[in-house]
Design a protein around this ligand. Structure first.
Ligand SMILES: [Zn+2]
Ligand SMILES: [Zn+2]
Ligand SMILES: [Zn+2]
Length: 126
């Protein structure tokens, strides 16, 4: 992976993602980080991790950008077209590990598919 200089802040951000099954917005991520990690650092690290193929981002409800860990991506590009699920009660967002069947075009090509599924998570169903 193209993460060279492992800073303490970078490790904190990665740990926050590893500690959860959920995707996190920058806002949710900051709630899980120590208060001394400032906003601009968080945004910079998120951008960098996305460029490095460690995190992918997508838009959830209200166009809020969420980030989640990648599997099998690298600096040379992101390789996934999985869907995301957002609970409409608690707003929790997760990656759905099944690939979405992306329609092919007669002309042109699809580079990216963003599918957001909405419903109730297991906790909210109880
Ligand atoms: Zn990726
Ligand atoms: Zn829920
Ligand atoms: Zn995902």
């Amino acid at each position: 992976m193209g993460v060279h200089r492992k800073t303490r802040n970078l490790e904190l951000v990665l740990d926050a993602f590893r500690d959860t099954q959920e995707a996190l917005s920058a806002h949710l991520l900051m709630d899980r980080l120590p208060a001394y990690v400032n906003r601009s650092t968080v945004y910079r690290l998120l951008d960098r991790l996305e460029d490095d193929g460690v995190l992918h981002s997508f838009l959830a409800s209200e166009n809020i950008k969420f980030y989640a860990l990648c599997r099998g991506c690298s600096q040379s590009g992101h390789v996934h077209s999985h869907a995301h699920f957002q609970c409409t009660s608690c707003s929790q967002v997760v990656c759905i590990e099944q690939q979405v069947v992306v329609p092919t075009l007669n002309q042109g090509r699809v580079d990216e598919a963003q599918v957001l599924l909405k419903g109730q998570c297991a906790t909210c169903m109880q």
